[in-house]
Structures are given as C-alpha cells and as structure tokens.
Ligand binder design. Structure first.
Ligand code: FE
Length: 218
C-alpha cells in the first residue's frame, strides 16, 4: 500500500524509528515508564479493537431488531452487549453506523484530522490520517474505492461520511451471500476493519492475509 498515495516506501519504518526514539526520550526524562507504553499497547490489542466492531456487525446481521437499534443509536445498542467498559469512552463517544445496502455504499473519512471509533475499529491505519487520502476520498471516492479493490456498479450510490469529535462514523457492511448457515462467531471472523471503514467488502471466503510463516519458507 506504500505507493498508493505516493508515500515514501520506507515511511512506516521511519515512523516506527521516530516513535521508538520519542519513547526512549520520554522514559529517559521520567515522563512515562516502559510499563505505560506496554499498558496502552495491551489495551488496544486485547480490549479495544476491530474484533469488537466485528461482533457488533455479526449481531446486527443475525438480529434485525438489534440492527434497527444500532442504526438508530449505536452507543445505546452496543451497551446491550457484553463488552468491557469504556466502549462509549476513549474516542467511542457519539458513534454512528451507516448501513451498506444493494444501492448504497458508505465510506468513512475524517477530513479535518483522524477521528475514528477506537473501541469498535481500533486505532486508525496511517493512511487514514494522510492528507492525500482525506482529500481524494472526499473529492473522488469512487476512484479511491476502486484502488482499494471495491469496484462499484454505477447504480450504487457512494456516500462519504466525515467523522469529527461530534460524530464518529463506521460502516455496517453487507452480509455476503453464502453465509446463511453461519453463526455469529463465524460471521464475526469474516469482518475486517477495512470493511467497517467502507474501503473493502466482506467476503464469504476471504483470502488468507497477514503473516504466514509457511509462505515465508519456514
Ligand atoms: Fe479528526
């Protein structure tokens, strides 16, 4: 993805080095401890992340009444489920969910900065904060979606939602065909953060992604 918006190929490595240098300096100055960073990292790995949003999506796909409540008042509907506290805090205040249908595809951005529903989607990817992505997604969403691999029919309306501190948008993706027999847990495993941002669709048989030791020859 590094060349999609004309980024330096080593952009992520540079950012990582900068973050490590800042962390070392803050620890050296006694502003934070090494444990502070571990605690925050663990929070976003285990408590607040896209696995929460995926559970909400799977529940909405299998329970039409819950879906209606989710679309009407996302925070109140999420409160009904068995989640850790803070779902409505830590950038989760004022969440609003937009539903993808056969005729409407939703895309979330933050034109001002990087507002994003952390409790349900996790921390935003770096490109979400990039001025080029933010500008292009607002100006030519269909072209940007196509670059992400979402090639929409002209008959599908694209709606772009601009998140802010007042409303943090995310997307209820379409349930894919071929998942009729699946339970909530199985469905949740199909839902990616990208699908909940609107830059991907959910597939019934997603290709295997991420780090695969076997593919590396180990
Ligand atoms: Fe923002």
């Amino acid at each position: 993805m590094s060349d999609r918006f004309a980024y330096d190929p080593d952009r992520e490595a540079k950012n990582e080095a900068r973050a490590k240098a800042l962390e070392a300096l803050l620890i050296e100055k006694g502003v934070i401890t090494a444990k502070t960073v571990d605690t925050v990292n663990s929070f976003f790995q285990n408590e607040m992340g896209p696995f929460n949003g995926a559970k909400v999506v799977a529940k909405a796909w299998t329970d039409p009444q819950f879906k209606a409540r989710l679309l009407a008042d996302a925070n109140a509907a999420i409160e009904e489920l068995d989640f850790p506290p803070f779902m409505s805090g830590a950038e989760g205040e004022h969440m609003k969910v937009a539903e993808n249908t056969d005729t409407v595809h939703n895309l979330i951005i933050c034109t001002l900065c990087s507002c994003y529903p952390w409790p349900t989607l996790g921390l935003p990817p770096y490109w979400y904060k990039d001025p080029t992505f933010r500008a292009r997604a607002a100006r030519e969403p269909r072209a940007v979606l196509k670059e992400f691999g979402v090639d929409l029919d002209d008959s599908v309306e694209v709606k772009v939602w601009d998140s802010s501190a007042q409303i943090r948008w995310w997307v209820l993706p379409k349930r894919p065909d071929g998942t009729e027999g699946m339970g909530e847990e199985e469905l949740a495993a199909l839902v990616t953060p990208e699908a909940m941002m609107g830059v991907a669709v959910v597939e019934a048989n997603p290709p295997r992604t991420g780090y695969d030791p076997a593919a590396q020859g180990f």
